[in-house]
Design a binder for this molecule. Structure first.
Ligand SMILES: [Zn+2]
Length: 84
């Protein structure tokens, strides 16, 4: 015989599992081609980063030919528009 416990009659709905919507990764790491320092940076989800200044050596990093942004060229992952 199943004992009924009224205080847990309804399932809790505050676990938050359904609130997570799959989003492209917006955090990447740029590997500077000039000094080799890796810098974590935020990738904008609605634009491409065409110019990026390395905080370590102050070099202006540009994407390689054919790449849309510096994250595609030197980052650890492609930029958000390409992850879709
Ligand atoms: Zn650098």
């Amino acid at each position: 015989m199943r004992h009924r416990r009224p205080w847990i009659e309804s399932e809790p709905e505050h676990c938050g599992a359904n609130e997570y919507v799959a989003q492209p990764v917006t955090e990447g790491t740029i590997h500077c081609p000039h000094c080799g320092v890796e810098t974590p940076d935020i990738m904008p989800t609605n634009a491409c980063v065409r110019f990026w200044e390395c905080p370590a050596c102050r070099a202006l990093v540009k994407p390689k030919p054919g790449d849309c942004c510096v994250f595609c060229s030197y980052g650890t992952m492609p930029c958000p528009p390409r992850q879709r």
